[in-house]
Design a binder for this molecule. Sequence first.
Ligand SMILES: Cc1cc2nc3c(=O)[nH]c(=O)nc-3n(C[C@H](O)[C@H](O)[C@H](O)COP(=O)(O)OP(=O)(O)OC[C@H]3O[C@@H](n4cnc5c(N)ncnc54)[C@H](O)[C@@H]3O)c2cc1C
Length: 294
Amino acid sequence: MTMVFTQSIQHLIREDEPLSGFTWARVGGAAKYFAEPGTQPELAQILSEAAAAGIPARIVGEGANILVRDAGYDGLVISLKAAEFSKVSIKDNVLTAGAGASLSQVVSASAGAGLAGIEYLAGIPGTFGGALVCNASVKNGDLGCRVTHVVAIEADGKSITLGSDQLRFGFQRSNLDGRFVIEAALQLETVDSAELTRRMQSSWIVKRAAQPASGQRALQAFVEPDGMSLSDVLEQSGVQGLNEGEISLSKQYPGYLVFSGEVKADEIIKFVQRVTTKVEAATGIRLHCPIKIW
Ligand SMILES: Cc1cc2nc3c(=O)[nH]c(=O)nc-3n(C[C@H](O)[C@H](O)[C@H](O)COP(=O)(O)OP(=O)(O)OC[C@H]3O[C@@H](n4cnc5c(N)ncnc54)[C@H](O)[C@@H]3O)c2cc1C
């Protein structure tokens, strides 16, 4: 490590850090380097030194949408858990939050301030940064449509502000993949706070009933195909509830994979491929898997 990172930041970096504990699936190998910067200048320095040494880098959020391969990640993984990256502030109708804040913290802050626009995202696990990059979405809306700008750190350590004209959001996808997002602002609307709390609570209840409980090892492997019920498509294809070893395509929560015991990332990847192939053969529909494979 001495050769790669200068001494002033070496205390922020660990080597061969197991990543499974940073993900909901709790599988996969280690990161060659793992860093938890406490400040933006530290993050900038880590990124620019990694780039200068030719080391690829990625940010891990809550790991709700990541599957780390068994061989691990031969690069630098950065966590933005430090307080500096998790601040949430509100001025007029604009909410600004750090990428390390949890999405639920951001949703609660907006509801607490009587600001509507993201209450339907209640119950989606992850950080604000992960939710921006993966464009956290439900049937009736997404995070991206509220974003006015995003602040990211470039590989050379400089910060860049991306305005809405430079941002692209689709259902559970964005053009922020591969960037290092540290902050974003959302334009929200003032509404009656009792009505807003009711909407947020009802979204939360619906969401919680439709997904595996927090703490259960799970991934959302398939999303609703355009204009169709995912549950119907899986049922017609005979894969609803499919189980192979320790991997199941949940019957109770359509589209979610749940795991138990020893399971390898490569087995999960093959399982997803088999389901995708079976569904396509049975219905002609190519399902989209939103999981980021590292
Ligand atoms: C039970 C369950 C239910 C879910 N339900 C939904 C749902 O209803 N709707 C939905 O849209 N998604 C859903 N998901 C998927 C997941 O919650 C979202 O994709 C979430 O936004 C991921 O956030 P994260 O912090 O966990 O990101 P991670 O999984 O940690 O990372 C995902 C990707 O984002 C990148 N990333 C994270 N933070 C940053 C950053 N600051 N800068 C740059 N890149 C970054 C990572 O490098 C990675 O490529 C669900 C997942 C689970 C397990």
